[in-house]
Write a protein that binds this ligand. Structure first.
Ligand SMILES: Cc1cc2nc3c(=O)[nH]c(=O)nc-3n(C[C@H](O)[C@H](O)[C@H](O)COP(=O)(O)O)c2cc1C
Length: 183
């Protein structure tokens, strides 16, 4: 059975990611979310969603797409979100979204694709080298991601960082309160 990757991309990073990943996985179709006939149930061994982070979360276009799709059978589901420096609550949102669609996701991969500031060398003046370096690094990460997906492993790590941050913040606030009470 074939694999399917659905992507949303405006400046091309998520599209490049989808292409590179499809190249590593065998028998893989890449489909733009906007081109898919939403009434057609999706049938595949593995189904992936690749998209950018907007304002610390899932872009509305992608949310809309995920709310409307129908998934056939019980495929392995994964998502990759590309971002610059802060992916906010995207990992959490995608998990919640898929649970609400009654199709829990198996793996969520945040993929940082930041270009190094390119002021230091003449050849970097148009950012070409910085882009190539970023793509080389990303290629290595995608190879690792492809391995996890090929073996259909669960990967939901990063979603808990948010809870941890909340927990430590709550702890700090508790200490401050205690100090105030002692005084
Ligand atoms: C409207 C908008 C909002 C964005 N918000 C974030 C953000 O909150 N955090 C972040 O790290 N990057 C943010 N970005 C950057 C994109 O997530 C990043 O460049 C992404 O890789 C672009 O993917 P694409 O080339 O497939 O469109 C934003 C970009 C746009 C256009």
């Amino acid at each position: 059975m074939e694999n399917k990757i659905f992507y949303f991309s405006v400046t091309g990073k998520s599209f490049w990611t989808a292409l590179t990943l499809a190249n590593e996985l065998t028998n893989c179709d890449i489909i733009a979310m906007k081109d898919y006939d939403i009434d057609k149930p999706i049938f595949a061994q593995k189904i992936g969603f690749v998209f950018p982070v907007y304002y610390g979360g899932i872009p509305d276009t992608v949310k809309n797409f995920l709310s409307k799709i129908k998934i056939d059978g019980n495929p392995y589901l994964f998502s990759i979100h590309t971002y610059n420096n802060n992916d906010g609550i995207t990992s959490l949102q995608i998990r919640e979204k898929m649970i609400s669609c009654e199709t829990p996701i198996n793996a969520v991969f945040p993929l940082k694709m930041t270009q190094r500031n390119s002021q230091h060398s003449y050849t970097d003046i148009f950012g070409e080298n910085a882009i190539l370096e970023m793509l080389r690094k990303t290629q290595t990460k995608i190879t690792k991601i492809a391995k996890i997906i090929s073996q259909e492993k669960d990967y939901l790590k990063r979603s808990f960082n948010l809870f941890k941050r909340h927990k430590s913040l709550a702890k700090k606030q508790h200490h401050i309160k205690e100090k105030l009470i002692v005084r």
